[in-house]
Design a protein around this ligand. Structure first.
Ligand code: ARG
Length: 464
C-alpha cells in the first residue's frame, strides 16, 4: 500500500509534507479499529447502494464499488489485506484498497459522507452485536444455574448475612438469586440495544449534507430502526458505548460476587462445592492444591470493565460538540471490556455446569451456628402468643445456653427449653430442624423448595 506518500492521499491537497513519525504513532487507530472492518464495509455497501438509488452516483460506478468492497472484505477475512498505519484508520485503509482494485469509481463512495458518521455507524453496529452476544452468554449461564437449582431445590445450606450464619436456605434458592440478577443484566443489554438502534450514517461531518440522500433507506438496510434525528448528536455522542459499558460493569459485578462465593465455597474450610478439574488449576509446589483460578480471574476482570467505563466517561465529559479526535479512544476500552466480559460469562457458565454441590457439607453447615433461632422465635410468637420482641429475647437466652453447653438448639433438653420460658412444650423441636425450617418459608419468593421450583418453572418459560 501507499506507505511512502509524501502527504496523505486523502487530504494531500492542502498539505505540503507528510506527518512526523510521532504524529503518525499518536494518530493512527488501524492497530485496533481493524476490528471494525466488517461493519465498515457493511456500512459502505449500504451507503453506495443508496447513492445509486438516489441517482447521486451512476449505477455502473455503484456496481463497481459493490464488487470491489466484497473483494476487500474477502482479503481481510483471508488475512491477506495489508493494513497501513500511514492510512490511519480502517475507513481510509478500506477506501484506499478499493481504489487500487476498482480505480476512479472508488472516489465517489465518500460522497455525502464523512468519517465522523462512518465511524459512529461502524461502532454502533459493533456494539449492537456485543449486546446480543452478552444476552446469549447470559442466557447460557442462566440455563446452567437453572439446572443446578432444579436438582438442588430442596438441599439445605446456610444462608448468610454479614457472612455470619443467618437462616437455612436451599441450594436452589441461592442459585435462583443469580438467575434474577443475570436476568436483569440481560434486560439492561436489551434496553441499551434498542436505544442505540438509530443510524448515524448521513449525518456527514456534523451538519448533514446537501445531496438528496435517503437516510431512512440506509438505516433500514443496516438493521436500524430509524436514522438519528440530529446530525450533531449522531456524530458526537458515544452514550451507546457507555450504556454498553455500564451494563457490562453491573453484569461483571454480579459475576464477581458469584466468583467470590465460589472461591470461598471451594476452600477446605467450607467444602460447599467441588469445582471440576476442567475449571481448576494445580500448584507447582503444593501437590494437594486445586485452585479456583477461573473464579478468581472472573472476580478480577471487573477491574478492567469498570476501568473502561470510567475511562470513556472521562474522555467524553469535556468535549464540545461535535466530533473531536478524543473520541477515537472509545474503541480499545469497549473492545477490551467486551472481550473480557464474554470470556468471564463463558468461564462462569462452564464452572457452574461442571460444579458439584457437597450436600453433606452444606447440610451440616446449615444446621450449625444456631441457624434456626428465628424459627424458634417465630414458634414462640405463633404458639405462645408472645410479642416478637419478647420471643427474640427468650430465644437469645436459649442460644446463649446452647453456646455455653457447646451444643446446637435442637440438642437442648425440654427442661433447658423451659428455663427460657415455662410454657414451651415438646412441639418446639419440630421447627428446629433445618428441613422443616426451609419448608416453612413458603411466602412468595421464599426459600421453600416449592417456591424455588415455581421460580425455576417460570424462568424456564422465559428462556424457552
Ligand atoms: N479513526 C477515527 C475515529 O476512530 C475516525 C474518525 C475520524 N474523523 C476525523 N474527523 N478525523 O474516531
Amino acid at each position: 500500500m501507499t506507505d511512502d506518500t509524501a502527504s496523505n492521499a486523502m487530504w494531500g491537497g492542502r498539505f505540503a509534507s507528510g506527518p512526523d513519525a510521532i504524529m503518525e504513532a499518536i494518530n493512527a487507530s488501524i492497530g485496533f479499529d481493524r476490528r471494525l472492518a466488517r461493519q465498515d464495509i457493511e456500512g459502505s455497501r449500504a451507503h453506495a447502494q443508496m447513492l445509486g438509488a438516489q441517482a447521486i452516483v451512476d449505477s455502473d460506478d455503484v456496481e463497481a464499488i459493490r464488487k470491489g468492497l466484497l473483494t476487500v472484505l474477502s482479503e481481510i477475512e483471508a488475512g491477506t489485506f495489508q493494513f497501513s498505519a500511514a492510512l490511519e484508520d480502517i475507513h481510509m485503509n478500506v477506501e484506499a484498497r478499493l481504489k487500487e482494485i476498482i480505480g476512479a469509481p472508488a472516489g465517489r463512495l465518500h460522497t455525502a459522507r464523512s468519517r465522523n458518521d462512518q465511524v459512529a455507524t461502524d461502532f454502533r453496529l459493533w456494539v449492537r452485536e456485543q449486546c446480543d452476544a452478552a444476552v446469549t452468554g447470559l442466557e447460557a449461564l442462566m440455563r446452567a444455574l437453572l439446572a443446578q437449582a432444579e436438582a438442588g431445590a430442596a438441599w439445605v445450606m446456610p444462608g448468610f448475612t454479614h457472612l455470619q450464619t443467618a437462616q437455612p436456605v436451599t441450594w436452589g434458592h441461592h442459585m435462583m438469586a443469580y438467575v434474577e440478577m443475570f436476568g436483569r443484566d440481560a434486560g439492561r443489554f436489551r434496553d441499551a440495544r434498542s436505544r442505540m438502534n438509530e443510524c448515524p450514517l448521513g449525518a456527514a461531518a456534523l451538519a448533514g449534507t446537501s445531496f438528496p440522500i435517503d437516510r431512512h433507506a440506509t438505516a433500514i438496510a443496516l438493521g436500524f430502526d430509524r436514522p438519528c434525528a440530529n446530525s450533531l448528536d449522531a456524530v458526537s455522542d458515544r452514550d451507546f458505548a457507555l450504556e454498553f459499558l455500564a451494563a457490562a460493569s453491573i453484569c461483571a459485578m454480579h459475576l464477581s460476587r458469584f466468583a467470590e462465593e465460589l472461591v470461598i465455597w471451594s476452600s477446605a474450610q467450607f467444602r460447599f462445592v467441588v469445582l471440576s478439574d476442567r475449571f481448576s488449576t494445580g500448584s507447582s509446589i503444593m501437590p494437594q492444591k486445586k485452585n479456583p483460578d477461573a473464579a478468581e480471574l472472573i472476580r478480577a476482570k471487573i477491574g478492567r470493565i469498570f476501568g473502561a467505563n470510567v475511562a470513556l466517561m472521562t474522555v467524553m465529559k469535556g468535549l464540545p460538540l461535535a466530533y473531536s479526535k478524543d473520541m477515537q479512544e472509545d474503541k480499545e476500552q469497549v473492545f477490551d471490556a467486551a472481550d473480557n466480559l464474554m470470556l468471564a460469562l463463558a468461564a462462569m457458565d462452564g464452572m457452574v455446569r461442571d460444579m458439584t454441590a457437597n450436600r453433606p457439607a452444606l447440610e451440616a453447615a446449615a444446621a450449625s451456628g444456631f441457624s434456626t433461632a428465628t424459627d424458634l422465635a417465630d414458634w414462640l410468637v405463633r404458639e405462645l402468643n408472645l410479642p416478637f420482641r419478647e420471643a427474640h429475647h427468650v430465644t437469645g437466652a436459649l442460644v446463649k445456653l446452647a453456646e455455653d453447653k457447646g451444643c446446637d438448639l435442637p440438642d437442648l433438653s425440654l427442661a433447658d427449653m423451659k428455663s427460657g420460658h415455662a410454657r414451651i412444650d415438646a412441639g418446639v423441636f419440630d421447627v428446629l430442624g433445618v428441613h422443616n425450617s426451609v419448608a416453612s418459608r413458603t411466602s412468595y419468593g421464599g426459600t421453600a423448595p416449592d417456591q424455588v421450583l415455581a421460580q425455576v418453572a417460570r424462568w424456564k418459560g422465559i428462556l424457552r
